[in-house]
Write a protein that binds this ligand. Sequence first.
Ligand code: ADP
Ligand code: MG
Length: 310
Amino acid sequence: MPLAIEVRGLTKQYASVTAVAGIDFSVAPGTVFAFLGPNGAGKTTTTEILEGLRRATTGAVRVLGLDPWTEGTALHRRIGVIPQDFRFFEKITPKEAVEYYAALFGTRPDPADLLRRVELPDKSGARFETLSGGQKQKLGLALSLVNNPEICFLDEPTTGLDPHARRAIWEVIRGLKREGRTVFLTTHYLEEAELLADRVAIIHHGKIIASGTPGEIIAAHGRPERIRVRAAPSLADYLRSHGAGPVSAADGYVEVELADSHDALRILTAVQASGIPWDDFSTLRDHLEDVFVRMVGQMDEGALREGGAA
Ligand SMILES: Nc1ncnc2c1ncn2[C@@H]1O[C@H](COP(=O)(O)OP(=O)(O)O)[C@@H](O)[C@H]1O
Ligand SMILES: [Mg+2]
């Protein structure tokens, strides 16, 4: 099957700012792709290039096989977009907004049906200005679906929303995938990407620093799984002298890295055999967020050292 999105050697320069510094990625149809990174990383710039709203400085971009800049008119019929900080006419109701968008696209969706799909049915009589942040984003989602798009571009759809509203948006995103649509999502919430995305790319200062499935990234860049118990530091010495892997003791806890999941039983047996009292047992594994914080931290430290040496 042809790729939904293909990006090769993309750069974007704004005067002296390099917003996107040569990135490559692709998105298979029917999958959720999360583009992750801190503020200013280059997410919106990339997204808007894919949508045909900004022009690439260099590189090749194909969306549904089309060049977004030169074939934007054909592309716009087939994609749905919620811009970052989506806003709309203050006095318009959700139903009117859907009808307005439908008129622009020349489509005839049932507004009630579309609003129900984003769980916004009760609000169809309210004006935009009276909607909560989550309801506004849901309306944005509904509008992005007016033309029955093959790809939905959602630029930070959950930023600033409360946990309940965020979960409601996640459900809609899962629904889009079930319907066979491709979703291109930007977010700076790493746990959101880990939950929703088939594949992610982490962008930092305009460069992709890691990409793959969340599991692949964690396996490649995360720390090994650990066992942790609350115990005196003497337990760490005992485990070290009894052949455990890397052991550390801090804040009243002892942590042991596992060679693999099967190592757990051996370590626990040694903990018990030590005769040292322990409780509050847990296993720890890295999440995308742990990996991201460490990778970005290491890169920024490296940049500081280079800057300091110069
Ligand atoms: N229109 C613009 N003109 C000049 N600089 C811009 C413009 N848009 C974005 N930038 C800069 O490009 C970088 C990337 O911005 P952006 O793509 O909005 O990142 P993100 O969406 O990840 O927060 C930032 O340094 C930002 O200040
Ligand atoms: Mg942005």
